[in-house]
Design a protein around this ligand. Structure first.
Ligand SMILES: *Cc1c(COP(=O)(O)O)cnc(C)c1O
Length: 427
């Protein structure tokens, strides 16, 4: 039988670093990545036949769990009818209708092929619509890997300890401003847009302080800047209608990805008809894509969205709340301190040896994520068949497929893992 080691060595020969996205490498936790051959619901199986309860869930793209039968059936049908045409299709209209029906501030939406593309295009649109250059982002938020937005990024950029990226010119970031999360920055009239993750979920989890998003909205209005919610993670995961419904704050532009593709490559950005009228072919801001609105991606995305109700989100959030509390308690009684902040069904995990406050910004999150405990905890969980993301800056994704039994097995494993870490790493 082939092993993870063999596959990873083959990968290293032909794929840089052996992975197609840096967050998948085990660089920050050490060891060899497991190579997945299949997934089913809450589980993934690697090439050695080991099964893991999976909390990566494609970094949030998978909401119903892996290979949901209805999604698979819908994909089969869609594939048999042709996978891409370069002409309008009903599928893209249906998905756009579902999204605009739910998010009040979203009147029109353009589909693209990744979250990166969505945010990059939204920023261009904001600049085109306002005639201004500057974009403000928050320290530790991740908005995809486009040149202008990698600075002070979370996720893999934070995980690898990079300040940004080589190959990005000073010119490309000259118009990018960076501010600490959870503090409303003072803007001026050079700012085209403020880009924010409504719940910061790429620096582990940092929830917005009470009133932060509402006051950000006011500050944008004061100077005529557009507020962009990067909902690539929060969109249709945090809530039935995303962050706008959850926090009661309206944005000017919204970016989506992950969940809305049902596990296929997709992204979307949109907002009011007025702002979107600046986009080609109606307006002067150009943006395009051969595979945009792809029939497979729109079929899977629409199938996923159609299967979850408002009530389902509320129930999942409650279950995750109980799970998070149980995880913190299990870790605590084993001799470490954990905090597991929750926002809707999103859940973070911070570990420490001493008591601490929930982080409010990237500096505070980083101190905890870089304390070295996660690495050992991660491997102790993996040994017990629980796959967390191989990096301390990622959150846990509990899908609709995770059963109560899966969650309680995970809590048990966390107690064992924390005990091991507490005993071995004290020195
Ligand atoms: C994942 C993510 C992106 C980038 O999406 P890709 O599909 O990986 O390009 C952008 N913003 C946020 C908040 C994300 O979590």
């Amino acid at each position: 039988m082939s092993t993870n080691q063999e596959w990873f060595e083959r990968a290293l020969r032909v794929i840089p670093g052996g992975v197609d996205s840096p967050v998948r490498s085990f660089r920050s936790v050490g060891g060899t990545p497991y190579t997945v051959v299949s997934g089913e619901g809450a589980y993934v199986t690697d090439v050695e036949g080991r099964r893991y309860i999976d909390y990566v869930q494609s970094y949030g793209a998978s909401l119903l769990g892996h290979a949901h039968p209805a999604v698979v059936a819908r994909l089969r049908d869609a594939a048999a009818s042709g996978t891409t045409f370069g002409a309008p299709t009903p599928g893209e209209v249906l998905l756009a209708e579902m999204m605009t029906d739910r998010v009040a501030g979203l009147e029109q939406v353009r589909l693209v092929s990744s979250g990166t593309e969505a945010v990059m295009s939204a920023v261009r649109l904001a600049r085109g619509a306002t005639g201004r250059d500057k974009v403000l982002k928050f320290d530790g938020c991740y908005h995809g890997h486009s040149d202008a937005l990698l600075v002070a990024g979370g996720s893999g950029v934070a995980q690898l300890g990079l300040p940004g990226s080589a190959g990005v010119t000073e010119g490309a970031v000259a118009d990018t401003l960076v501010a600490p999360y959870n503090v409303v920055p003072r803007l001026d009239e050079s700012v085209a847009a403020v880009l924010v993750e409504p719940v910061a979920a790429n620096m582990n989890l940092v929830a917005p302080r009470e009133g932060f998003l509402a006051r950000l909205r006011e500050e944008c209005d004061r100077v005529g800047a557009l507020l962009i919610f990067d909902e690539v993670i929060t969109g249709f995961r945090l809530d039935y209608a995303g962050a706008e419904a959850y926090f009661g704050v309206r944005a000017d532009l919204y970016c989506f990805g992950k969940v809305i593709g049902g596990g296929l490559p997709v992204g979307a950005f949109g907002g009011s008809r007025d702002v979107l009228s600046a986009l080609a072919p109606a307006g002067p801001v150009y943006q395009a894509g051969t595979l945009s609105g792809n029939p497979l991606a729109t079929a899977a995305g629409a199938e996923v969205l159609s299967r979850v109700t408002q009530r389902d989100y509320a129930e999942l959030s409650e279950r995750v709340g109980r799970f998070a509390a149980a995880m913190a308690e299990a870790v605590g009684s084993a001799g470490l301190v954990a905090r597991t902040p929750v926002e809707g069904p999103l859940m973070g995990l911070y570990l420490s040896r001493e008591g601490f406050e929930e982080p409010r910004d990237f500096e505070e999150a980083r101190r905890l994520c870089d304390n070295g405990l996660y690495r050992a905890f991660f491997h102790a969980m993996l040994d017990q068949g629980v796959a967390l993301a191989p990096g301390a800056y990622e959150i846990l994704f509990v899908s609709f497929a995770h059963s109560d039994e899966d969650l309680s097995r995970t809590v048990e494993a966390a107690g064992v893992a924390a005990g091991r870490v507490a005993r071995t790493a004290t020195s």
